[in-house]
Design a binder for this molecule. Structure first.
Ligand code: NAG
Ligand code: NAG
Ligand code: NAG
Ligand code: NAG
Length: 343
């Protein structure tokens, strides 16, 4: 008993000290208002854990909550009432619930002016929910049934850097300049596993990582990447790209560092830039790889003593094609920095 009492005494002394960012009274009311169904760790009072509880609705969330975990439940409604006091939320995780667009009550997200991370993966959304708070930095909506991006839904979201829409039902006409307008600082956009047959239009010029795997894209318009001067990581695995759909210089873009074209229908290697570091061409129908085609510079000008002239390629995958070994020596002569080649 004495031990328990002294433990409690120590806890009482230590806890407020641990939470200098939260005044003592606020701390106590936050802990006391913790919903019965949830777990609110005393040493991390801004977080409320309500995940994996079989919840059908959101409990009343206390006002000093910054991080709210509601994933893996059966929640259908994003209730404005339950979240009325949760105006300080920074991070809201609603992955793997049953939220539909009708279940997103009016203004509920907009009423969270500090929200930075909003995760609603694996729900039943059919459209990007709106209105969204302008504070958002990451929006994850993968594996819903989204077929629509309402015009202007991202207007004013100039802090958003990551938009994950993979595993939805987006067709070509859903991803346009009009629907993406406002994303002036987007870095990563994931549109993998949708129903696109052409390259999306209207992507922000800030895009650095573009993921389009698992669509049905057949060709790339000439000069497509002129509008995306920062694109560095480009994934187009599992599409329907044939060599006739790849204009000669379309990938000869110095910003691209990682180019993934696995599982397509290419019969020839594409032309690349000297700056490319990783190239995935496995599982296509390529017959023939010679340095003279793949090498971005003329092989006799590759000179170890002039670093700038050495193509930067370090990793090359060519397995699952129709290439008969040995690989031609001029590939090795060209790519002096190559560390790994998979044939
Ligand atoms: C919001 O906070 C007020 C004041 O602390 C409290 O009376 C009310 O019950 C709270 N409402 C919800 C929905 O949590
Ligand atoms: C690739 O682009 C560079 C720079 O724009 C250019 O100098 C070079 O000639 C191009 N390569 C080919 C094979 O057209
Ligand atoms: C390889 O490509 C070169 C140049 O495109 C062509 O002349 C040659 O016939 C090809 N060889 C095979 C085995 O396909
Ligand atoms: C080439 O780069 C390497 C490593 O970055 C450096 O050690 C070497 O001095 C450079 N050579 C020339 C000729 O600039």
């Amino acid at each position: 008993m004495a031990l328990l009492l002294s433990l409690l005494y120590v806890l009482c002394l230590v806890l407020p000290v641990l939470n200098q960012d939260m005044p003592y009274e606020e701390y106590m009311s936050q802990i006391e208002a913790c919903p019965r169904e949830c777990h609110c760790p005393p040493n991390f009072p801004h977080a409320v854990y309500c995940d994996n509880k079989g919840l059908k609705s959101i409990p009343k969330i206390p006002s000093s909550t910054w991080y709210l975990y509601l994933q893996n439940n059966m929640i259908e409604v994003l209730s404005a009432d339950a979240l009325r006091n949760a105006t300080q939320l920074r991070w809201l995780n609603l992955n793997r619930n049953k939220i539909t667009n009708e279940g997103v009550e009016e203004g509920v997200l907009e009423a969270m002016p500090q929200l930075e991370h909003l995760y609603i993966d694996e729900n039943l959304l059919s459209s990007v929910p709106s209105p969204l708070p302008a504070s958002l930095e990451q929006l994850r909506l993968s594996r819903n049934r989204i077929s629509k991006i309402p015009a202007g839904v991202f207007m004013g979201l100039d802090k958003l850097n990551l938009l994950d829409l993979q595993g939805n039902k987006l067709m070509d006409d859903a991803v346009t300049e009009v629907s993406l307008k406002g994303l002036s600082n987007l870095v990563q956009i994931n549109l993998a596993k949708n129903q696109l047959t052409s390259m999306p239009l209207g992507l922000p010029a800030t895009t650095t990582q573009l993921f389009l795997d698992g669509n049905s894209i057949e060709k790339i318009p000439a000069g497509y990447f002129k509008g995306l001067p920062k694109v560095a990581f480009l994934r187009l695995n599992h599409n329907k790209l044939g060599s006739s759909g790849i204009p000669k210089n379309v990938f000869n873009v110095s910003s691209i560092l990682d180019l993934q074209l696995s599982h397509n229908q290419l019969t020839e290697v594409p032309m690349i830039s000297s700056d490319l570091e990783h190239l995935y061409l496995d599982h296509n129908q390529i017959r023939n790889v010679t340095g003279s085609i793949l090498c971005p510079v003329s092989i006799d000008t590759v000179d170890d003593s002039i670093n700038e002239s050495v193509p930067r390629l370090r990793y090359l995958r060519l397995d699952g094609n129709e290439i008969k070994p040995p690989i031609s020596m001029d590939v090795i002569m060209c790519f002096r920095l190559l560390r790994s080649i998979v044939i």
